[in-house]
Design a protein around this ligand. Structure first.
Ligand SMILES: Nc1ncnc2c1ncn2[C@@H]1O[C@H](COP(=O)(O)OP(=O)(O)O)[C@@H](O)[C@H]1O
Ligand SMILES: [Mg+2]
Length: 406
């Protein structure tokens, strides 16, 4: 199949031997057309023996969405592998890479879907089954939880100019949850993102549906002119496959890797954000802060890369009380203590002890302020009381262990 970057042909991707793949750049293309900061333009092909190179595997649906697509499309092809999946969702992806058949032209045309209609949805679940079926083939987005990409240019919460009239690509991510597995996941994530916002981290505009059945988030990789910025997650930066997303440490696989790829003279600013985000994850008891839940964004693959805005923050211990960190810190996945975070901040972010303490205190204050909002929300929405109160307990424990002096 053809691989496109920024709307131009970059190269050809093909199956290789039994289970691998090979990617060849079109000769003579400009270096700015490279598919990844980890795969510069070159004449020899990029080959892997199993599956796809991480940048091409990055946005493949996992979980519910993948299963939907398999059920809908496997019949026609008999088998169903990563190539088949890429062939289906390749035209509409997070980031700047697209895929088509080798004779096809690129046209990204995601159906319109009113975001307001999703937000006003009442409990019955019918809409989500319908949406999942309709939007699955244009949802080149990873993750285990059910989610889709939709297009509603009018519903963007951005302050700058509107996306151009002719724009047909996706503008929003809609995340649902499975009633029986992770009840109230959307509201859980909503309030965790509120904490991040109060820590002055960059969070894209996000809204919770009236009945808390869905969370709708603006795409942070969409530019005002309707084109898309580059995005790469830390599986790619660490040359790991998706099924290795829980392998690595916050020190090396996140902090050091970021410094290595930032290509940005003022990297200290983003390292501080990254450290803050890791500490927020500890305090909120998010056991899912793995390699795919951190990313970089850039306008030019050869230029500077910035830390991607925050996404996928959840108090996982509200469902799994024994959950621990997704990656190691100081050699263990046990929830980090204030001292351990203090050391991470001083060594990897290069902050003074006072500066690091200030950051941890700011997070503590953000949690305290959001706790009030959660309490108010529980009053209005008694169905959230069970999970909501568990979250607050977890935040209290998390803040005590990870943010406050012993
Ligand atoms: N606001 C956003 N804009 C663009 N891409 C996003 C945004 N939020 C998440 N993503 C991408 O979508 C993927 C899945 O979203 P995520 O919230 O992590 O879902 P899950 O809870 O299923 O892991 C992320 O790994 C990231 O690549
Ligand atoms: Mg995720």
């Amino acid at each position: 199949m053809k691989v496109w970057t920024d709307g131009a042909e970059a190269g050809l991707l093909d199956r290789f031997e039994n289970r691998g793949s090979t990617f060849l750049y079109l000769p003579g293309g400009p270096p700015a057309r490279a598919v990844s900061v980890t795969m510069p333009m070159r004449l020899p092909s990029w080959d892997v023996r199993f599956g796809l190179p991480p940048i091409f595997e990055m946005n493949l649906p996992e979980g519910v969405l993948r299963e939907r697509l398999r059920l809908a499309f496997a019949k026609a092809t008999g088998t169903f592998d990563e190539f088949d999946l890429l062939g289906i969702v390749g035209r509409s992806q997070v980031g700047r890479i697209r895929y088509t058949g080798d004779k096809e032209q690129l046209h990204e045309d995601v159906p319109f879907q009113s975001v307001d209609e999703i937000l006003a949805q009442r409990r019955d679940g019918g809409l989500f089954r319908y949406l999942l079926d309709k939007f699955a083939p244009s949802s080149g987005i990873s993750g285990v939880q059910p989610k889709i990409l939709v297009r509603d240019d009018r519903a963007l919460g951005r302050t700058t100019s509107r996306v151009s009239e002719s724009h047909r690509g996706a503008t929003h991510i809609v995340k649902f949850w499975e009633q029986n597995e992770y009840p109230q996941l959307a509201a859980n994530e909503y309030f965790c993102l509120k904490v991040a916002e109060k820590c002055r981290l960059e969070v894209p505009p996000f809204r919770l549906a009236e009945d808390a059945l869905a969370l709708v988030i603006d795409r942070f990789d969409l530019r005002p002119d309707g084109t898309y910025r580059g995005f790469e997650d830390f599986c790619v930066l660490n040359a790991r496959r998706t099924d290795e997303k829980y392998r690595g440490s916050y020190e090396t696989s996140i902090m050091r890797r970021f410094a290595q790829f930032a290509n940005y003279s003022n990297v200290g600013e983003d390292l501080e954000r990254l450290f803050t985000l890791i500490a927020v994850n500890c305090a909120l008891r998010n056991g899912d802060a793995h390699l795919k839940n951190f990313g970089i964004v850039y306008d030019d693959v050869e230029g500077e890369a910035r830390l991607a805005p925050v996404y996928d923050l959840v108090t996982t211990t509200a469902y799994l009380p024994k959950d621990s960190m997704a990656l190691t810190l100081n050699g263990t996945t046990k929830w980090a203590t204030t001292r351990e975070l203090q050391r991470l901040g001083e060594t990897r972010m290069g902050g003074s002890p006072a500066r690091v303490r200030e950051i941890l205190e700011r997070i503590d204050a953000a949690i305290v302020a959001t706790t009030e909002e959660v309490r108010a929300y529980i009053k209005e929405h008694p169905s959230f009381a069970g999970i909501g109160n568990r979250m607050l307990q977890q935040w209290e424990q998390g803040a005590a262990l990870s943010l406050r002096a012993a």
